[in-house]
Write a protein that binds this ligand. Sequence first.
Ligand SMILES: *Cc1c(COP(=O)(O)O)cnc(C)c1O
Length: 239
Amino acid sequence: MNQLGKSQNPLNQINLQQIKDNYDRIINDVEECKIKNNIDYDINIMAVTKTVAPEIINFSIDCGIKLLGENRVQEFLSKKDEYKNADVHFIGGLQTNKVKYIVNDVSLIQSVDSERLAVEIDKQAKKNNKIMDILVEINLGEEISKGGILTKDTHEFIEKICNLDNLRVKGLMAIPPINAKEEIYFKMKQLSIDILAKKYDNVSMDFLSIGMSGDYLTAIKNGSNLIRIGSLLFGARNK
Ligand SMILES: *Cc1c(COP(=O)(O)O)cnc(C)c1O
């Protein structure tokens, strides 16, 4: 069966209304959280599109979503031509040999966690006459099973990649452990402050990408300005 055949959401009015309601609820909760915590900057709400059919994704764009998050190269390539206008970030594990397939279709790669990958992104960006924005993925919970740079190694990593001509570090991304304590979230904000203080060339901390369906309010409270929402918007995934 192909990707689209396996999408969980048959297109019907009930599902679409549910997505609209979900989106409105998320917007509402984000606004409330901003007020409660005196946050005056914008929070970017990303729709994470894995397993979701293009018609449904387009409906979310009609509802107001401006940013999509893709984490599977093959699936993205099979769906992207059907998308309405939206900014797309790549957020999944990325093999170096796949960079060339996505470099022209995404505006930012959030999941950069090795020098090899950064060098390849720089090379492919150069070939395509573009500058590729990236986030450094941090392994905040220091979990062996997960990708990402350890907090203690982040400065060294940024020093190594910040002089690549066609790559710009725009912030940090993380997937915290399930049920992580709030301190873990704040560790990323603190890390971003420490990085800015070093004034590395070409490095800004415009985006702190942390928080998913289950923890986005905790993440925003602790400094996140980009939340990545899948199941809370589109419904539970069955794969
Ligand atoms: C799937 C995914 C999300 C969204 O997860 P939900 O819990 O469904 O909101 C966010 N970030 C990454 C990297 C993902 O792979």
